[in-house]
Design a protein around this ligand. Structure first.
Ligand code: TF8
Length: 335
């Protein structure tokens, strides 16, 4: 009886909502740009997002996924979104610091210890506060995806201690925290957009770079890099953003379709990325990379050298946000 009543109520509700719902969705073309290639964790998750949006909108909202930085590197796409010339993108939070200084929080070396802490921080109040800083700048952040813990590769020599980094021409993201981090560690840090990285490594314009295993694999860096050092020096998120100018023209139903699909893509992407990362190191070894696990004592030296970077990030994002972050982390660690 109870079940029957619930079914009737659900059917009535659906009937009442359906016509308005259909009108609320206009035919839309959504250009969704990203930097990695189609056969990457990023590409797979964009594809899932596209399918979800098409399904939920009855085929009215079409997502055109445009990968491999064909619409330009992150910073160029961000400007296209702000201007309204492109609807959506996913990319690094690190390249957003020129637009939102609070994004630098995620560049803090060794901020989180594991993926569980990362998820809790990003999806909790701190992550939401940081996302909210984008709106006044013309971007709407929907969700964070996992880029992952970053590790070091180079073509010059095995890096097993800090001193081995000395003078290595290391490509970093276009972000002052990354630049300072690797200068502090003794490398010759050179900022470059990701889209130029493979050829820079190939031509030896730079000797090395740092990215999660997944990207080292999907971007085929193993073809041009011999040495990999497991450093896990920072956890990098990706962020899915929408042009605010375009977002403001959408109905509540359309916004909900995008948000729901974004959450689904997030959950899928994190799972997919972690599963791939778990197997990636063995694959990279099989491709011929020589792997060094950084000894704990060296990690400790690295951490202490980078203490000054924490203070710089705190100053940039504001002491309140920094303190709140530390407080959240303490809670997560049971302190
Ligand atoms: C980097 C990032 C890249 C992302 C990607 C292009 O090293 O880690 O993976 O920006 O969206 O630039």
């Amino acid at each position: 009886m109870k079940l029957f009543r619930r079914t009737v109520i659900a059917a009535l509700a659906a009937a009442a909502v359906a016509p308005a719902f259909a009108q609320d969705i206009k035919p839309r073309l959504i250009r969704f740009g990203y930097g990695l290639n189609e056969q990457s964790n990023q590409g797979r998750a964009v594809m899932l997002f596209a399918k979800e949006v098409e399904k939920a909108s009855g085929g009215k909202m079409k997502v055109r996924a445009i990968g491999a930085a064909a619409l330009g590197p992150d910073t160029q796409m961000q400007q296209a979104l702000i201007g309204g010339a492109q609807e959506m993108m996913v990319g690094s939070t690190a390249t957003l610091v020129g637009i939102s200084k609070e994004m630098a929080l995620w560049d803090t070396p060794f901020l989180v210890n594991d993926a569980k802490e990362a998820d809790a921080l990003l999806d909790g109040p701190v992550g939401q506060k940081v996302i909210a800083t984008l709106q006044p700048k013309g971007l709407v952040g929907l969700v964070y995806w996992e880029n992952g813990f970053r590790n070091l590769t180079n073509g010059t020599r095995p890096v097993a201690k800090l001193e081995d980094l000395a003078g290595i021409k290391l490509r970093v993201m276009q972000n002052p925290v990354f630049l300072d981090t690797f200068k502090t560690l003794g490398a010759n840090a050179i900022p470059l957009p990701f889209s130029e990285l493979f050829s820079a490594l190939e031509t030896r314009a730079v000797d090395g770079q740092e990215n999660p295993y997944n990207t080292i694999l999907s971007s085929k860096f193993y073809e041009v890099q011999k040495y990999l050092t497991v450093t896990n020096h920072v956890y990098s998120p990706w962020i899915v953003t929408v042009s605010k100018r375009w977002w403001d023209s959408l109905s509540a139903t359309e916004k909900k379709i995008l948000m729901d699909a974004a959450v689904k893509s997030r959950d899928f992407e994190r799972q997919d990325t972690r599963a791939e990362a778990a197997k990636a190191l063995a694959e990279l070894k099989a491709k011929g990379m020589q792997v060094v696990e950084l000894p704990p004592a060296e990690t400790a030296r690295m951490r202490s050298k980078l203490g000054a970077i924490n203070a710089a990030v705190a100053a940039q994002v504001g002491q309140d946000l920094w303190n709140e972050t530390q407080h959240e982390l303490q809670k997560l660690r049971g302190g």
